[in-house]
Ligand binder design. Structure first.
Ligand code: BDR
Ligand code: CA
Length: 305
């Protein structure tokens, strides 16, 4: 079992990523931490709490973290994820509340207690992770791996240069990429091929109460057609932990632009290393069929519980 701590801002694709983790036999989710991102922290936390119970994640602690970026004005994506963050899906109200304390402390203490064992999966703005690095630089050694959904070496989605999670807190992203570990970066270059097409949606429809989340969430997230649909970006990060061979990853030096007038949040990616140590493993391709087989297998297992 791979132990994962998932830092997220649910968010429709965050929810679908949590569902993948919940349905997988190979992952042990040791904690969920939340960050303000797609919607405000109060909503991302409320969604994570509702998802913990809906997805039967048991007593996994849900700990709220940073409400906003380190230095920047808040950027939100409610136009993509809906005002609550989960489109028009209304999950049953959760019975249990969040854990006491702050996500940054939870991340530091959880990694301290199990050095080398826990993979951090970050699928929102990197504010909590950056603050954890600043609070205790040894988290870089203690984390088994850091896998993020964010950035791109070819394009942006929030503007031509920047992907949402990077643009939402570019200084945090810069801290994280400069921290001394090797960041596995699953960017738009691959996540934009993880599309919920009509064939995928048809595989989701028979999944009982889980379909009540997956189907309307996907339909809210984008227009589903035979060969297109919304990209469930964040599920790629969880899929990578489960099955890295689905992805091609190339070592690179990634610098996050923090000062550009038009390029703030851009992940400037150099595959020509020279004598430099790579600070990232950047995903360049995805086995789309293998990805969906993995995801649907987990969803089917979860639905059958
Ligand atoms: C990323 O931005 C958010 O809107 C999604 O949840 C995902 O993490 C995609 O750019
Ligand atoms: Ca997200």
């Amino acid at each position: 079992m791979t132990k994962v701590l998932i830092d997220c801002d649910p968010g429709i694709d965050d929810a679908l990523a949590l569902a993948l983790a919940a349905g997988s036999r190979a992952l042990d989710v040791v904690g969920v931490t939340t960050v303000g991102g797609n919607v405000d922290l109060s909503l991302t936390t409320a969604n994570a709490l509702a998802l913990r119970e809906f997805l039967q994640l048991g007593d996994v602690p849900v700990t709220p973290g940073s409400a906003g970026a380190l230095m920047r004005q808040t950027v939100r994506a409610a136009h993509v994820h809906g005002t609550t963050g989960l489109g028009d899906v209304v999950l049953p109200a959760p019975e249990r509340g969040p854990s006491d304390g702050h996500a940054v402390d939870f991340i530091v203490e959880t990694l301290r207690a199990a050095p080398g064992e826990i993979t951090l999966v970050a699928v929102g703005p990197l504010t909590n992770i950056a603050l954890a690095v600043r609070r205790e630089p040894r988290v870089v050694e203690w984390a088994r791996d850091l896998v993020i959904m964010g950035g791109s070496y070819t394009r942006g989605n929030t503007n031509p240069a920047a992907e949402f999670n990077m643009l939402a807190d570019p200084e945090a992203a810069a801290i994280v990429f400069d921290a001394g570990w090797t960041v596995t970066m699953l960017g738009l270059d691959v996540t934009l091929s993880a599309l919920v097409t009509s064939a995928v949606l048809d595989r989701m429809r028979p999944l009982g109460r889980l379909a009540d989340l997956l189907v309307p969430a996907a339909q809210f997230y984008g227009v589903v057609t035979a060969d297109g649909g919304p990209a469930i970006h964040d599920a790629c990060a969880v899929a990578y932990v489960l099955e890295p061979s689905l992805f091609t990853c190339v070592p690179a030096v990634v610098n996050v632009e923090t000062t550009g007038t038009y390029t703030r949040g851009m992940t400037v990616t150099d595959f020509k290393l020279g004598d430099r140590r790579p600070n990232a493993l950047v995903a360049t391709s995805l086995d789309v069929k293998g990805f969906w087989d993995l995801v649907m297998g987990a969803y089917e297992r979860l639905a059958g519980r």
